[in-house]
Design a protein around this ligand. Structure first.
Ligand SMILES: NC(=O)c1ccc[n+]([C@@H]2O[C@H](COP(=O)([O-])OP(=O)(O)OC[C@H]3O[C@@H](n4cnc5c(N)ncnc54)[C@H](OP(=O)(O)O)[C@@H]3O)[C@@H](O)[C@H]2O)c1
Length: 368
C-alpha cells in the first residue's frame, strides 16, 4: 500500500541497518502514521547493548523507537478519535511484550499504533517538539498515577488547586522528569526536584518550586531541611543514586515513604563478555542492598515499567484525555528541547549513539 523503509536492529550489539520493511495495515483499534520525527530513549541502546538479559521476548531482526510524531495515513475499523491527515504523537510499542513486533517500532516511515496511546497535537506544535513526549510522559505517568506506584491524584486541565503535599522528583531535567514535574503540578502537588544548576531555570519554568543540585555533597541534608513541616507525597527517581538518596530523605520526612524508581541498576559499562551473569549479578546485588536499606529506613520502593500504562487506564487517561486538552490550552509544554541529528533514517545510528553518550535536558531525534 505504502512503500516502507526502516532502520532495523539486526540483533543485540549490532548497528542499525536501513532497508525496506513491510507496510502493516492497522487492526480495528489501531492507526498507522507516516512518521515525521522519531526520538531516541536510553532503552533503545540499553536493549541493544544488553539484549540477552532484558526484554527476552524480542525476536530479531526488529525495529526499535518508542517516540513518534507524524500524520495519520490509515485508521482501523473501530477508531473514532482520528481520521486520515490528523497530526498526532504516539507511544510506539515494539518492545512491549503484548504488542511486540517490528511494525510497532518508531524507526521506520510507517508505524502501527494503538488509538488510545495516541494524542492529537495542535497545528502550532512541530513534529519535532511533539516527539519529545511519549515515553518520558508514559514513564512519568506510570510512576505518579498507577495504583501500585505513587498512586497520586490525576492531573487536570486547568491545573488542580494545591493539595498541600510535596513530591520529590529526583532527576527533574531528564525527559521523564520534565514531564513528571508538569503532571504533578497539574495534579495539585508542590514539586521539589534535582538537576544541574544550568537546568534550574528550565525545571522552575515547568512548575518546580525548589531545585537542588544532585551532585552537591549536601543535597540530602538540604532537601531534608527544606521539607521540614511539609507532608511528602513520596518520590519519583531517575538516574543512578536517586533511590538511595531519596530513601535517606524520606526516612526523615512526614508523609508517604514510597519511591517509584525509573532507573534500573545496570553495569557501568556494558560487558563485552558474560553479559547475562554480570547483568544479573549487578541487579541482584543492588536489590539486596536496597532491600536492607528499605527495611531499615521504613521506605518502600518499586520499579516502574512504562508500558504497563497501556492496559491499566493510565495511558488512556494521559494520551486520550489529558494531553490533547492540555496542549491545546497551552497547559503543558514540550520539554526538553529536541536535538535533531539529521533528516532521514540514515541518521538513526548516530542519534542512538548521541543519546548513549549522554545528554543534558535535550531529546535526541531524527526528522523524516
Ligand atoms: N522504567 C521505565 O519504564 C523507564 C522508561 C523510560 C526511562 N527510564 C529510565 O529513566 C531514566 C531517565 O530517562 P530519560 O530518557 O528521561 O533520560 P535522559 O533525558 O537521557 O536524562 C538526561 C538527564 O539525566 C540527568 N542525570 C544524569 N545523571 C543523573 C543522576 N545520577 N541523577 C539524576 N539525574 C541525572 C542529567 O541532568 P543534568 O543535565 O541536569 O545534570 C540529564 O539532563 C533513565 O535511567 C532511563 O533508563 C525508565
Amino acid at each position: 500500500m505504502f512503500k516502507n523503509t526502516a532502520a532495523w536492529v539486526p540483533g543485540p550489539k549490532l548497528p542499525l541497518e536501513v532497508k525496506s520493511a513491510p507496510y502493516t495495515r492497522p487492526l480495528a483499534n489501531e492507526v498507522v502514521i507516516r512518521n515525521h520525527a522519531v526520538a531516541v530513549n536510553p532503552i533503545d541502546w540499553i536493549v541493544k547493548d544488553m539484549g540477552e538479559i532484558i526484554f527476552g521476548w524480542i525476536k530479531y531482526p526488529t525495529i526499535f523507537g518508542c517516540d513518534v510524531a507524524g500524520e495519520v495515513v490509515e485508521v482501523g475499523s473501530s477508531v473514532t478519535h482520528f481520521k486520515i491527515g490528523d497530526r498526532v504523537l504516539s507511544y510506539a510499542l515494539s518492545m512491549n511484550q503484548k504488542t511486540v513486533g517490528p511494525s510497532k517500532g518508531g524507526f521506520q516511515l510507517y508505524t502501527v499504533l494503538l488509538e488510545h496511546m495516541t494524542s492529537a497535537i495542535p497545528a502550532t506544535l512541530s513534529y519535532e517538539k511533539a516527539a519529545v513526549f511519549p515515553l518520558g510522559l508514559a514513564t512519568a505517568a506510570a510512576g505518579l498515577f498507577e495504583k501500585n506506584q505513587l498512586g497520586l491524584e490525576y492531573p487536570t486541565v486547568p491545573k488542580s488547586l494545591s493539595n498541600g503535599k510535596t513530591l520529590i522528583i529526583w532527576g527533574g531535567s531528564t525527559s521523564v522528569g520534565v514531564n513528571a514535574i508538569q503532571l504533578a503540578v497539574a495534579a495539585g502537588y508542590e514539586v521539589f526536584t534535582t538537576c544541574s544548576p544550568k537546568n534550574s531555570n528550565l525545571v522552575a519554568s515547568l512548575g518546580a518550586s525548589k531545585t537542588f543540585d544532585y551532585k552537591s555533597r549536601t543535597v540530602v541534608s538540604d532537601m531534608i531541611t527544606a521539607l521540614k513541616g511539609k507532608t511528602v507525597a513520596g518520590a519519583l527517581t531517575m538516574g543512578d543514586g536517586g533511590a538511595d538518596a531519596c530513601m535517606d530523605i524520606l526516612a526523615k520526612c512526614e508523609g508517604n515513604k514510597f519511591i517509584s524508581m525509573a532507573t534500573y541498576p545496570k553495569p557501568k559499562t556494558p560487558p563485552k563478555r558474560f553479559a547475562v551473569p554480570i547483568g544479573i549479578y549487578t541487579f541482584v546485588s543492588w536489590s539486596a542492598k536496597n532491600w536492607v536499606k528499605s527495611k531499615t529506613n521504613g521506605v518502600n520502593t518499586i520499579f516502574i515499567e512504562a508500558s504497563t500504562v497501556v492496559e491499566n487506564g493510565v495511558g488512556k487517561m494521559i494520551f486520550e484525555d489529558f494531553l490533547p486538552r492540555a496542549l491545546e490550552g497551552g497547559n503543558f509544554v514540550a520539554a526538553p528541547d529536541p536535538l535533531v541529528i539529521g533528516k532521514g533514517l540514515e541518521f538513526a545510528n548516530e542519534a542512538v549513539e548521541k543519546q548513549k553518550a549522554g545528554v543534558s535536558a535535550k531529546k535526541v531525534m531524527i526528522s523524516l
